[in-house]
Write a protein that binds this ligand. Structure first.
Ligand code: DC
Length: 223
């Protein structure tokens, strides 16, 4: 039997990067649930559906296919949107759609279905608290807003994504943190049984190693 690993935390804490690396090391599949909220937001923006209209967004989702490939690509209704969902505009829009209870219900059900087979590293905001309550390993990953803004800025430049300055990104990150932590439905919080890892002063390798060590006892049982 394989296990599931849940990684939650605020935006740009390094969850996806770490989950991807860990996935390669363990031979597990990384599922970036934020990409599903982002894809939903992108489709709303592209089709003129108000981000505040919960019923309309849910209706739209009934005819929406979101595919996350093991290679990390994101397809929305068959179209590669891997880069299009990473803009600052879509980040803010995703935060808005993710506040709706019934939007979450739809996407959470898809995530739970995907993770049934085990062998997944899922990252998001509510994985340890809602989606995979019984995940064998739960991580709550944090980093200061400044460290996260700098990482996001460098990432944007690297990928050729239009970007604002670091201070503006930090402001947006603080705003999104606040929204994600204070929303009524599944607010971002550390699960009681999660291990907190502050990555501000850690290298990627150090974080991967830390989580690997937490998973190791289960992996031995698995063998
Ligand atoms: O992790 P991210 O920045 O790609 O997430 C985009 C938005 O989606 C973010 O504002 C929080 C929301 N989200 C969520 O509410 N639940 C998840 N499991 C994943 C993301």
């Amino acid at each position: 039997m394989k296990i599931n690993i849940a990684i939650d935390g605020p935006s740009a804490a390094g969850k996806s990067t770490i989950a991807k690396r860990l996935g390669n090391r363990l031979g597990y599949v990384h599922l970036d649930t934020g990409a599903m909220y982002r894809s939903t937001a992108l489709k709303c923006v592209n089709s003129g559906i108000s981000l505040d209209d919960e019923d309309a967004v849910c209706e739209m989702l009934k005819n929406t296919e979101i595919t996350l490939t093991p290679e990390g690509k994101v397809y929305l209704d068959g179209q590669d949107v891997s880069d299009a969902i990473r803009t600052d505009e879509i980040s803010m829009a995703a935060s808005k759609v993710s506040a709706h209870k019934n939007v979450r219900r739809d996407l959470v059900a898809r995530q739970q279905e995907m993770a049934k087979a085990k062998g997944f590293i899922m990252d998001g905001r509510d994985i340890g608290t809602v989606v995979l309550k019984d995940a064998e390993v739960k991580i709550y990953m944090t980093a200061s807003a400044e460290a996260r803004a700098l990482r996001r800025y460098r990432q944007n430049i690297e990928k050729g994504i239009p970007t604002t300055d670091v201070e503006t990104i930090a402001e947006e990150i603080r705003q999104r943190d606040y929204d994600d932590m204070h929303r009524e439905n599944s607010p971002l919080r550390k699960a009681d049984d999660a291990t907190e890892v502050d990555t501000s002063d850690m290298t990627i390798e150090e974080v991967v190693e830390r989580i690997y060590q937490l998973a190791e006892p289960f992996l031995k049982k698995e063998a």
